[in-house]
Design a protein around this ligand. Structure first.
Ligand code: M6R
Length: 618
């Protein structure tokens, strides 16, 4: 998804902009660009298709001492990926430059009106319409930049995070947001400021961050105090947050790709996720989540839970439903946030809506939260990105705390989310008295053992890499699981298609006979999650159905299993655990499998085609 970086201050701006864009590369993009204002009021603009390194090459020649600039990575929405459509876009006179994330939905109407007033457009973008509109207002009203931006934004429908500069005023920049994140870093040197779509490009310079709220417009002037005005409520008393982002977490740490690093991070980060929450005292375990402590009454008496999320977070939600229903005996629905936001949903004011999101910026999930709140439901966030929009818009919640996830294919966020859901279900079940004390302690004890068990699975990495070669020739794959492992089948299939571009479907194993069985032949690998639990014998029957159609079976099995092994081309063993915690183990080989298939196919693992890390458009 698009990313914004900006700087104003005493340091040379171009290296800061390029370095910042590189930190945002993980979001996914197809082109990039930057604009820098020289002290003698010239606007320099550089754009490049493809990687930020292409843009860096173009800026290397520039010797001008610019100290104000804005930059952008673009992920095409209006118009093809090209230098013309790449940001920044200039106003008709060339005085103003803008970078923009989001979509101005009424851009076509605004563009027609501007055309009637003599404006012409070089690109196909909604963003160019916005900068022309700002200039038009500036010209007819003789207003300053901040006032003109505010007036223009009042005419816009849609989502935006923007930064605008005027070459005639090289000491100021205006930034604004609505439904798309924007952070302002207050620097340490001579009144400098940084802006960015998230804190990662800013973190090496300062940890003092102001997060803009929806419809806030900031006037950022070097050496002056930051001023923020809301489009509707006027001057804003903003809060400066001290954000501690671990910079080493943004490196690949010796791994060839972020995705592999993040898969291997899981034993460590799951311990971080549980730290201070699962507490041992006098030999017995307890789970303490501050959100549950603070909102106990409302949570414990909830008549229903609805989980809203997208993609991998939705798969975690399906496991969350089973956990909550099992431990709390409360009816739980799981909805795609993108559907929930437009459905005629029935929301009970006694209901609790759980929003799950790694990035905390997913537009569909944010919209679903808004609907739930409008109907009076309490919204509980399970979010990884600290200070993100979802974290701020939910009534309460629990951070996942697994560090930044950079690879577009979500891995450690999934296991982190499931871990939080397990802790939440146990905490609530304990309060409600729907889980007996022995089971409560047993599950908590086993949860604390999961990181070591994941470590054990990761040691099979080389074997899984060898096995992955078989899959590089496949065009279709089927993933089958039941009960707790059905969502893992969905997640395994999503991982494979996202990064290896092999078509894959996940199904509850018993559903296979109702349709997908028609696809089975010797060319389609079928992956079963066939661990030793309640439905083990049933899964074996499903495997027989595949074998009798000459299908080739690969399976995730419990350590020591012989029966399934004899039916399969290959098996990967996982340590035994409680059924409800199995997804935390069975998903690991599937993450590694898709990673190695993508590497064997020489694909871009961390930034697969057409995908973005945080999906801030609907
Ligand atoms: O940041 P979120 O958890 O809200 O993102 C939701 C999905 O966009 C995300 O999980 C997506 O499906 C990933 N690419 C999956 O690997």
């Amino acid at each position: 998804m698009c990313g914004i970086v900006g700087y104003i201050g005493p340091r040379p701006v171009l290296p800061i902009l390029i370095g910042g864009l590189k930190k945002l590369e993980y979001r996914g993009y197809d082109s990039s660009g930057c604009a820098a204002v020289t002290p003698d009021n010239t606007m320099l603009v550089f754009k490049a298709k493809g990687k930020v390194s292409n843009l860096e090459e173009k800026t290397k020649e520039c010797q001008q001492p610019c100290t104000l600039g804005i930059a952008h990575t673009r992920w095409a929405t209006h118009g093809i990926p090209s230098e013309t459509n790449a940001h920044p876009h200039l106003s008709q006179s060339g005085n103003l430059a803008i970078v923009h994330n989001g979509i101005i939905e009424n851009y076509a109407t605004l563009r027609d009106q501007l055309r009637k007033r003599g404006y012409t457009f070089k690109s196909e973008t909604d963003t160019e319409v916005l900068v022309q509109l700002i200039e038009y207002i500036m010209n007819i009203r003789h207003s300053d930049l901040a006032t003109s931006v505010r007036s223009a934004l009042r005419l816009c429908i849609g989502a935006y995070a923007i930064a605008v500069v005027d070459r005639r005023v090289p000491t100021q920049m205006v930034a604004a947001r609505k439904s798309s994140p924007l952070a302002i870093g207050i620097g340490k040197e001579n009144g400098e400021f940084f802006i960015a779509s998230d804190a990662s490009p800013i973190a090496e310079y300062t940890n003092r961050i102001v997060y803009l709220n929806d419809e806030d417009v900031a006037l950022i002037e070097q050496g002056k105090e930051l001023q923020i005005e809301n489009l509707h409520s006027g001057s804003v008393d903003y809060e400066i947050k001290e954000v501690d982002l671990d910079l080493t977490m943004l490196d690949k740490g010796g791994f060839p790709h972020f995705m592999l690093k993040e898969i291997f991070d899981q034993p460590t980060v799951l311990k971080d996720c549980m730290r201070g929450r699962i507490i041992e005292r006098d030999g017995s375990l307890r789970v303490v989540l501050s959100a549950v402590e603070q909102h106990k009454q409302r949570l414990v008496s909830a008549r229903r839970f609805t989980i809203v999320s997208c993609g991998t977070s939705w798969h975690a939600g399906l496991i969350g439903k089973q956990l909550i229903e099992h431990f709390c005996r409360i009816h739980t629905e799981v909805a795609y946030a993108s559907e929930y936001r437009y459905n005629d949903v029935v929301v009970d004011p006694d209901e609790v809506v759980i929003a799950i999101s790694q990035s905390g910026e997913t537009a569909d999930t944010l919209a679903a939260i808004e609907i739930a709140k409008k109907h009076g439901a309490m919204v509980f966030g399970i979010v990884n990105s600290v200070g993100s929009s979802i974290a701020r818009q939910t009534d309460t919640g629990t951070y996942v705390h697994i560090g930044p996830e950079i690879g577009v294919a979500s891995t450690k966020a999934f296991t982190g989310q499931v871990t939080v859901l397990a802790m939440l279900a146990l905490a609530l079940g304990h309060e409600r008295g729907t889980v007996d004390h022995e089971e409560y302690e047993e599950v908590l004890r086993e949860l604390t053992r999961i990181p070591d068990k994941i470590d054990h699975i990761l040691r099979q990495n080389d074997r899984i890499r060898d096995m992955a070669r078989i899959f590089t020739y496949a065009h279709n794959c089927l993933y089958l699981g039941r009960g707790w492992n059905y969502p893992v089948a969905l997640e395994g299939a999503l991982k494979l298609k996202e990064i290896s571009y092999i078509h894959a479907e996940g199904y509850p194993a018993a559903e296979m006979k109702h349709g997908p069985i028609a696809l089975i032949d010797q060319d389609m690998p079928v992956i079963f999650i066939a661990t030793h639990h309640r439905l083990y014998q049933k899964i074996i029957s499903n495997m027989q159905e595949v074998l009798s159609r000459k299908g080739r079976i690969f399976a995730i099995v419990t350590e020591g299993d012989e029966q399934v092994r004899n039916m399969c081309a290959e098996v990967i063993e996982v340590p035994d655990t409680l059924a409800c915690l199995e997804p935390l183990l069975t998903v690991i080989p599937l993450q590694l499998l898709s990673y190695h298939v993508a590497v064997a196919k020489q694909l871009n693992v961390d930034q697969p085609r057409n995908l973005a890390k945080s999906v801030t458009v609907e």
